[in-house]
Ligand binder design. Structure first.
Ligand code: HEC
Length: 243
């Protein structure tokens, strides 16, 4: 906390070399003898105590070594007991939310059974991944990425089920009967039927043709790069190395 503040909100309150000295002392273990001997106390008295004293309400009193010491402790993140409490609450709370959303969603008519199984089951997998990743992050910080990823997975499943259910309940006809998905299906059918000379069909064929040619083009470029450009670069490097 001390280091964080000295590099953040308190940065302007002491020159760089003095901030560095305090941070160094903090990292070396924030020893009480070194506090006096290395002149840390003098810096704190000179730069910080005008604000951080016993008369300032809400601010730590830095006349008292113990209070300075308190801010040198390493932030170890969530404690095991808060993790346990959080896991318990989330597992049951979110589990129930997804159960109710899942039950409502299971009545939907526009989603196939296979998709429904995936959509209803996925949040539980992500929920478990999410909570497991908190514990893993406690020991291996890299797993913080899994926390983000699993959280996003839960969000996406929730949005999918929620949006589908609400649309079917409130806007079934305008959206699914007359709306975009219907027109999209029609359009897809049309462009798949050969011999239809409608504008979208031609456009689709053109895009497919361009895709095919792009493939060939990319392959040719890669090949030329490997057989012509790369040897040239190697030659230049070899020449320069000889010099
Ligand atoms: C001009 C007055 C002032 C000076 C000088 C000052 N501080 Fe602060 N400090 C504050 C205020 C106000 C806060 C609380 C608001 C905030 O966090 O930005 C604070 C907050 C802090 C906190 C966080 C306290 C908490 O419990 O959140 C630390 C640590 C801290 N200061 C360290 C220092 C150190 C070290 C110095 C000397 C280099 C220093 N401050 C100099 C006014 C000051």
């Amino acid at each position: 906390m001390l280091e964080q503040q000295l590099n953040g909100a308190m940065k302007a309150n002491a020159p760089d070399d003095e901030r560095f000295k305090i941070i160094q002392w903090d990292r070396d273990g924030a020893d009480q003898d070194a506090y006096k001997d290395d002149g840390i106390e003098k810096i704190i008295q000179q730069r910080c105590v005008m604000c951080h004293n016993k008369d300032a309400s809400g601010l730590p009193n830095f006349n008292d070594f113990e209070q300075v010491k308190k801010y040198t402790a390493q932030d170890e993140g969530a404690t095991l007991s808060s993790l346990t409490r959080g896991s318990h609450i989330h597992m049951f709370g979110i589990g129930f939310i997804f159960m109710f959303v899942g039950i409502i969603f299971s009545f939907s008519e526009t989603t196939s059974v296979k998709f429904k199984c995936i959509a209803v089951g996925m949040p539980y997998a992500f929920l478990i991944a999410d909570i497991v990743s908190w514990w893993l992050t406690k020991f291996v910080p890299l797993f913080a990425w899994l926390v983000i990823f699993a959280g996003m997975g839960m969000g996406v499943s929730f949005i999918f089920m929620w949006v589908t259910s609400i649309l079917e309940m409130w806007l079934y006809k305008p959206v699914y009967i007359d709306g975009i998905p219907y027109h999209y299906e029609q359009w897809k059918k049309r462009i798949n039927e050969d011999g239809d000379a409608s504008a979208s069909n031609t456009l689709f064929k053109l895009i497919r043709l361009a895709g095919k040619n792009l493939n060939v083009l990319t392959r040719t470029i890669m090949e030329k790069f490997q057989t012509v450009v790369l040897p040239l670069i190697q030659q230049v490097f070899k020449k320069n190395l000889k010099k």
